[in-house]
Design a protein around this ligand. Structure first.
Ligand SMILES: O=C(O)CC1=CCC(=O)O1
Length: 97
């Protein structure tokens, strides 16, 4: 199942810089592990915002929930999830859900 997920990061301005660095580093490691596993096939920056637009390829809602819940930056994110279905006019196979 494919889901479009937008994650907008809102770190507290007074967050300790070292904590911030550790969070960003562990977030990168976590996301790259999932990208290599094929669970997170698209990760795009939303231009001009501390936000990304991602596509997840997971078995079900529960798997997506677990992956998002375990994001190191989860508690500093506003997340919206959009379930995707195949579009009848889509040509590219990788655009099918
Ligand atoms: O920078 C972001 O958009 C948050 C994020 C998600 C995966 C990652 O590496 O950073």
């Amino acid at each position: 199942m494919l889901f479009a997920v937008q994650m907008t990061v809102e770190l507290p301005p007074d967050l300790d810089p070292q904590v911030r660095e550790e969070l960003v580093t562990t977030e990168k490691e976590y996301s790259q592990k999932l990208q290599r596993a094929g669970k997170w096939p698209h990760l795009w920056r939303v231009v001009g915002e501390y936000s990304n637009l991602s596509v997840f390829d997971v078995s079900d809602n529960a798997e997506l929930h677990d992956l998002l819940w375990n994001l190191p930056l989860f508690k500093y994110m506003h997340i919206t999830v959009t379930p995707l279905a195949p579009h009848p006019s889509a040509l590219a196979a990788d655009r099918q859900a």
